[in-house]
Design a protein. Sequence first.
Length: 168
Amino acid sequence: MKPLDRRTVISGTLAVAGAYGVISLSGFFNDAEARPGGPFKINRTAEEWKQRLGTARYRILRLEGTERAYSSPLNNEKRKGVYACAGCNLGVYKSDTKFDSGTGWPSFWAPLAKDRIGTTRDYKIGYARTEVHCARCGGHLGHIFNDGPKPTGKRHCLNGLALKFIPS
């Protein structure tokens, strides 16, 4: 039997890891293909998103990045209003469900309505997490954890750059 060469071993390992969701292959596809659950009601090319969002928001919303903890002014936002997706302005969370989680990111215990968000499994850091994205444009908002307050017990831990606050 012929021994396996390095290229065969690496490509086989990546194929298996990708099939089991151990690694994310979204960076290898164009922006519309990278977002799970698409196509969405609002679809743009990567270049259109970059121009519309700017570098920092593009990295968060379209490339599923994470902003530095405690860097968002929205952490200290106390007014009544709605938090909308910064990509398409869809209202996704109400100020009534916001709480201080102590994590350094804006946190909510429930979305404005269930049809405003979508979720997928994310294995980017080696274990399963629930990613939350905008239901209209697919923009990455953050993650949902099971350590939030009552009544849901959920913590929707979001990137401030993924959101726009609209006071009421």
